[in-house]
Write a protein that binds this ligand. Structure first.
Ligand code: NAP
Length: 246
């Protein structure tokens, strides 16, 4: 019997990750909704997917921890028989100017955003190599492509995602696994809600399409990169940013 198609989405309790989980469930994937602290929100994501006829399961795992990711990914593989799509979406910001940035703020952002993606890829790629198929999609950022004042830690983590993506893409291409990154611009979520109205206004001026994007704009790009139509695309960074990085 053919097993269920499985998609793991990290940081899927809210925001962009939630929209990705909902969209992949609509495509027929059994979606593993990963979260760190927001159990209630993750359960809500799962309930919404199930109410719409989809399949999903919530799993707690702090992606910044190597051993926890190993246990998480191995449990998914043992339970469902494989992983077809891995979306590295979990991310945090600890913004500040470089001259005042604490070592902790730098380390926390790298540990979650960059090492978190490394940890999940490190273990998921083993099952994908055995399958001789798979899709790895990591969420970078326009800040990783262009840099952004006040985000040295975050930009470094997101630029790191791009290097990680291109190197892994080269390593696993022969096994029919594609590895790509999406670089969102400014998207309406809790992360950007923290910005002051003045900053939001300033940012909006720099977006050629003239407005913030939605989590669904990113989810649409993930669905495409996960699809059969994208099977000849690997090692790429798809900017979904209203034209910011052109
Ligand atoms: P968000 O609303 O703050 O959601 C972040 C998600 O990441 C939450 O589900 C959170 O889960 C999870 N998370 C955080 N730390 C985690 C950890 N250690 N382990 C597992 N999960 C963890 O953020 P968002 O705006 O949707 O951003 C999603 C991704 O897109 C991030 O990688 C972000 O950098 C990137 N991005 C966002 C924008 C934007 O404009 N919003 C632009 C470019 C890139 P818990 O609440 O359970 O901790």
């Amino acid at each position: 019997m053919q097993r269920e198609q499985v998609a793991v989405v990290t940081g899927a309790s809210k925001g962009i990750g939630k929209a990705i989980a909902v969209a992949l469930a609509k495509e027929g994937y059994l979606v593993i909704v990963n979260y760190n602290g927001s159990e209630e929100a993750a359960t809500k994501t799962v309930d919404e997917i199930i109410a719409n006829g989809g399949k999903a399961k919530a799993y707690q795992c702090n992606v910044s921890q190597y051993d926890a990711c190993q246990a998480f990914i191995e449990e998914v593989v043992n339970t469902y028989g494989g992983i077809d799509v891995l979306v590295n979406n979990a991310g945090i910001t600890r913004d500040g100017l470089i001259a005042r940035m604490s070592e902790e703020a730098f380390d926390q952002v790298i540990a979650t955003n960059l090492k978190g993606a490394f940890h999940c890829i490190r273990f998921a790629v083993k099952t994908m190599m055995k399958q001789r198929s798979g899709r790895i999609i990591s969420i970078s950022s326009v800040s990783g492509v262009l840099g952004n004042a006040g985000q040295a830690n975050y930009s470094a983590s997101k630029a790191g995602i791009i290097g990680l993506t291109k190197s892994v893409a080269r390593e696993v291409a022969k096994r029919h696994i594609t590895v790509n990154a999406i670089a969102p611009g400014f998207i309406k979520t809790d992360m950007t809600n923290q910005l002051s109205d003045a900053v939001k206004e300033n940012v909006t001026q720099s977006i050629p399409l003239g407005e913030f994007g939605t989590p669904e704009d990113i989810a649409n790009a993930v669905v495409f990169l996960a699809s059969e139509q994208a099977s000849y695309i690997t090692g790429q960074v798809l900017c979904v940013d209203g034209g910011m990085a052109m």
